[in-house]
Ligand binder design. Structure first.
Ligand code: SF4
Length: 230
């Protein structure tokens, strides 16, 4: 089956990457209060919810975390939980035992290495079980207020379509996008990359979708090199 020309090919306007400042300001107007859609009350809950959100949706995660956080309200409680009990609570997300093992190991790591607190440190976060670069960026951006791009599938797809990168590996997508937006004068302020990333995710979920992007109603249509290429 041929790849979608949206991902692979040049469109009628495939000359220039979309202007980063214009993209940022238009998405800001559309999503002024963009924030993570994972419900949380503190950094530990955000970290656990983000780890749980792998290969599922934020909406589903929000359906299981009230019971999870009520039964095991802190890393000490979660670290001592029975895996089968936790697996039962997170079962609606799929891979219940794996997810349970993952967040119990995370809680134990937080307890052993950081006194049950979430460190505001990239390397320390990435050293915790189940925490990668994206998860650490989500937590440090959304909770601690840093300007960090978290590259997920939506950010990767939308930024490729906007012409900001041609690559697919999240780390290299991040490098390309950050270089592009900073060269354009965007992304230098506190939290700016974090919020831009959240807005790109919303755009990717609602308009610039994987299979059938709604270019006809997209606020970026006049500056997007892939507009109308289906
Ligand atoms: S939906 Fe918008 S950003 Fe996505 S390809 Fe179409 S015009 Fe470009």
């Amino acid at each position: 089956m041929p790849r979608s020309t949206h991902e692979a090919g040049a469109g009628p306007r495939a000359q220039r990457p979309a202007d980063a400042a214009a993209v940022a300001s238009r998405l800001a107007a559309l999503h002024p209060g963009a924030r993570t859609e994972l419900d949380h009350r503190d950094a530990v809950e955000l970290l656990v919810a983000t780890v749980l959100s792998a290969q599922t949706t934020d909406v589903r995660v929000n359906q299981v975390t009230p019971e999870l956080f009520s039964r095991w309200p802190d890393p000490a409680a979660l670290a001592g939980a029975e895996e089968t009990d936790v697996a039962e609570v997170v079962r609606p997300l799929g891979m219940g035992p794996t997810r349970a093992r993952r967040i119990i190991a995370l809680a134990r790591g937080l307890l052993a290495d950081h006194g049950g607190r979430v460190p505001d440190d990239q390397a320390a976060l990435e050293a915790l079980p189940g925490v990668g670069r994206k998860t650490a960026h989500v937590v440090r951006g959304a909770w601690f207020g840093h300007s960090l791009l978290a590259v997920d599938t939506h950010v990767g797809r939308v930024t490729r379509r906007l012409g900001w990168t041609t690559r697919t590996d999240p780390r290299t997508v991040e490098e390309d996008v950050v270089a592009h937006v900073e060269a354009d004068g965007t992304g230098a302020d506190a939290e700016e990359l974090t919020v831009l990333g959240l807005r790109l995710i919303l755009h990717g979920r609602r308009v610039c979708t994987a299979r059938a992007p709604r270019c006809e109603e997209c606020v970026l249509a006049d500056i997007c090199p892939r507009v109308g290429v289906a």
